[in-house]
Design a protein around this ligand. Structure first.
Ligand SMILES: [Zn+2]
Length: 104
C-alpha cells in the first residue's frame, strides 16, 4: 500500500482505517482531510476499490487546489477513468514516468 502521495506542491499521508463513515454514518471507502494532508482508505475494501477511492480523493484535492467547484458524480467519473487508463495502459505510465532526456 502506498503511504504518501504528492499532489501539486503538497504531500499527503495515506492511511487505512476500518469501518469508515461519512457525517451521516453512511459507509464510505475513502476521505481526505485537507488540513491534516491525510487521505484515509477503507481497510476492508479490495485493492481495486482502494485504488479507485484513492484516485477519487486525489481528484478532489486537484480540483480544490485549483479552486474549481465539483460534484461527486464528476469525481467518480474521473476516478474510474483514470484508474482504467493507468491499469490497462502500463506502457503509457512507463512513458510518462520516463526520462525526458532519452525520449525521442
Ligand atoms: Zn468524494
Amino acid at each position: 500500500m502506498i503511504d504518501k502521495i504528492k499532489i501539486g506542491p503538497i504531500e499527503y499521508e495515506v492511511i487505512e482505517l476500518g469501518c469508515l463513515e461519512d457525517h451521516n454514518n453512511n459507509p464510505i471507502y475513502g476521505a481526505v482531510d485537507m488540513g491534516l494532508c491525510r487521505m484515509v482508505l477503507e481497510s476492508f475494501a479490495n485493492h481495486q476499490w482502494k485504488a479507485v477511492s484513492l484516485l477519487h480523493e486525489v481528484v478532489h484535492v486537484m480540483l480544490d487546489q485549483a479552486g474549481q467547484e465539483h460534484d461527486e458524480k464528476t469525481i467518480n467519473v474521473l476516478a474510474h477513468g483514470i484508474y482504467g487508463l493507468i491499469k490497462y495502459n502500463p506502457e503509457l505510465v512507463d512513458w510518462i514516468g520516463g526520462d525526458d532526456q532519452t525520449a525521442p
